[in-house]
Design a binder for this molecule. Structure first.
Ligand code: SAM
Length: 269
């Protein structure tokens, strides 16, 4: 079945995407585990490892959904801040009262239902609940109007950009809100080029995923859309070029599982 999402006008696509994520919000996390066999956790861990949070870092996670990536970033950030505090070399030699300003993480998403799930999750976790550096903002990746220019050290978008209608605008906005030296990282399903694996992957995604979606989330159409949106997403090289067109430098990407997912990286210089 071809949903023809490439052809639908942007405003229509945005409405469709909105419906899809409102519908899957409550089952989103469990579906992620089921569909990827838990692999999404490893990919997200790899994303945070690549990011290498540093003390005081101001981070923005766009299309952050239920906070899965943002919470990982925040926890890694608090960890490095804690070890920096205990290392004498990181403390000021002139004033013992100089304190490191703790970093922060903003979860940003266009869909209030996904953000609500994220807030509920954070409420249940003691460390997240009591962390003043964690916040949630409703916003479209294409227009991050509430954030000023050069206000973040880093920006992540995981399994989000393929749902965005105007991806070039989202990349320009990412570039705008980053400080000079800031890093952009995108984790996304990408194109599998290895013959054999590609056929197997297509078979799995077109037959199995919508069925799991039908059984677990009672919504096979939304999951059919998700699969379709992966197929129509630009390949690794094309996306890297789009990042360069938005102004990013030193653009690189790494494939995982032969390109089932890719992590793209770029800097604002
Ligand atoms: N990043 C999370 C993760 O990896 O678990 C959530 C990914 S989920 C597949 C995609 C998210 O993108 C949804 O929460 C959806 O609401 C959000 N989204 C779609 N279009 C968006 C846009 N234009 N701006 C911001 N978020 C958007």
């Amino acid at each position: 079945t071809d949903f023809g999402f490439k052809e639908v006008p942007w405003d229509e696509k945005q409405t469709l995407v909105g419906q899809v994520f409102s519908s899957v919000a409550s089952s989103y996390d469990i579906m992620n585990d089921l569909m990827s066999g838990g692999l999404h956790r490893l990919w997200k861990d790899r994303l945070v490892e690549t990011l290498r949070p540093f003390p005081g870092m101001k981070h923005l996670d766009v299309a952050g959904g239920t906070g899965d990536v943002a919470f990982r970033v925040l926890r890694a950030l608090r960890q490095v801040e804690l070890s920096a505090k205990s290392r004498p070399s990181m403390q000021s030699s002139t004033s013992s009262s100089t304190q490191l300003v703790p970093g922060s993480v903003v979860v940003c998403d266009i869909n209030p239902s996904m953000l609500e799930e994220g807030k509920k999750k954070a409420e249940k976790e003691h460390d997240l609940k009591s962390d003043p550096g964690l916040s949630f903002e409703e916003s479209n990746a294409e227009n991050l109007q509430q954030f000023s220019d050069a206000s973040f050290d880093s920006y992540t978008i995981a399994f989000g950009i393929r749902n965005v209608s105007d991806r070039a605008a989202a990349l320009r906005e990412a570039h705008r809100v980053l400080k000079p030296g800031g890093r952009f990282l995108c984790l996304e399903f990408s194109q599998v080029k290895q013959r054999g694996l590609k056929e197997l992957y297509d078979m799995y995604s077109f037959n199995v995923i919508p069925r799991i979606g039908g059984i677990v989330a009672n919504d096979s159409a939304s999951y059919q859309y998700l699969v379709e949106s992966i197929r129509t997403f630009p390949d690794q090289e094309t996306f890297a070029q789009m990042m360069e067109e938005a102004g990013f430098k030193a653009v690189t990407f790494e494939n995982h599982l032969s390109g089932i997912v890719a992590i793209h990286s770029g800097f604002k210089l």
